[in-house]
Design a protein around this ligand. Structure first.
Ligand SMILES: NC(=O)c1ccc[n+]([C@@H]2O[C@H](COP(=O)([O-])OP(=O)(O)OC[C@H]3O[C@@H](n4cnc5c(N)ncnc54)[C@H](OP(=O)(O)O)[C@@H]3O)[C@@H](O)[C@H]2O)c1
Length: 299
């Protein structure tokens, strides 16, 4: 039995579908007020619970061999639909899940994080990811930590101020550091694979097939949209100060800005090998943008 925590999310939902398609027994921890019908429709079992309610986590882990945890509250914080903070959910709550999994005899814990380097301002999300990685490093369970570069569907979306339809994009910093944005579907496939393979690595740094700077991405998007994107810039110093000021007042905004700033400073040293080794043919940023541009043209 595999327990998925975060299965009503975009990435988490893809993991659930992939595992069900391959015939796995899947149980999903779903918050009490969240719609579980798409998960029921694919034959997943449902257990109601919440990372901020430790008493709900022990029964959720009963009889489970592997936990896959992709849950985060950051999107719900941006949407204004969660009063629980990133520290409450992503750090303390996820820590409770690790405790419950250990107590229930879970053998493998697959955890999704992202690479956090020396340029990090230790935003609430980075703090939470590092705390859980450390907790898992000291666990008797077999931990598999997947450190993914930015997700194309998130980082190249209107929410991240990349708006192909309106012809606008924001750049934090200089925009000349190559990163490897990766498709959400490819990371979902990787998580599903490492949950099942006999001898997975303890840490996997991974990104997409195409190293591109933000400026290069904006150039490609402009060509595909047949008009250059208008660029709004936030200098590194401004982003740094805003992140530090927001850390206490708006944990989601501080975390998003901090990740944007780190990505502008720290080049991707990882590649797409972990995907290809598992037969996943990774989607490039150019392919992703082509799909977006075609979607706009057909509307
Ligand atoms: N964005 C990026 O560029 C990037 C890069 C690397 C890694 N990641 C990682 O990717 C993951 C995001 O996955 P996603 O796209 O599926 O996220 P998502 O769409 O924002 O979904 C978040 C999930 O977490 C659940 N959740 C929130 N609060 C919870 C709580 N208190 N108890 C239990 N579950 C709770 C949500 O449940 P409800 O539906 O009930 O709210 C939902 O299932 C995160 O781990 C993130 O750090 C993202």
């Amino acid at each position: 039995m595999i327990l998925l925590v975060g299965a009503t999310g975009d990435l988490g939902g893809r993991v659930a579908r992939l595992l069900r398609e391959s015939g796995q027994d899947v149980r999903c921890l779903v918050r009490p007020a969240t719609d579980d019908s798409p998960l029921r429709a694919i034959g997943a079992g449902i257990v109601r619970g919440d990372l901020t309610e430790p008493a709900t986590l022990r029964p959720a882990c009963k009889g489970v061999e592997t936990v896959i945890a992709t849950a985060t509250v950051i999107t719900r914080r941006f949407a204004g639909t969660s009063s629980a903070t990133i520290r409450d959910v992503d750090e303390v709550g996820m820590g409770h899940l690790v405790d419950a999994a250990e107590a229930a005899g879970v053998q493998r814990f697959v955890y999704l994080s992202f690479p956090i380097g020396s340029a990090s301002l230790r935003t609430p999300l980075e703090q939470a990811k590092l705390a859980i990685e450390e907790r898992l490093a000291n666990s008797p369970m077999r931990a598999v930590v997947v450190l993914s570069d930015g997700l194309q569907e998130v980082q190249l979306s209107r929410a991240a101020r990349f708006d192909l339809a309106a012809g606008k994009a924001a750049v934090i910093g200089k925009g000349d550091t190559p990163r490897r944005l990766v498709s959400t579907g490819d990371i979902a496939a990787l998580l599903a694979a490492v949950a099942l393979e006999p001898d997975p690595p303890a840490r996997i740094e991974v990104g997409g097939p195409e190293p591109l700077t933000k400026k290069e991405i904006i150039g490609i998007a402009g060509e595909l949209a047949h008009r250059p994107l208008k660029v709004q810039r936030m200098p590194r110093l401004v982003a740094r100060l805003a992140t530090l000021v927001l850390k206490r007042r708006n944990d989601a905004m501080a975390s998003a800005l901090g990740v944007g700033l780190s990505s502008d400073i720290e080049e991707a040293t990882w590649d797409d090998k972990a995907l290809r080794q598992r037969g996943i043919n990774p989607k490039s940023v150019t392919e992703f943008l082509k799909e977006q541009a075609q979607g706009l043209a057909s509307h």
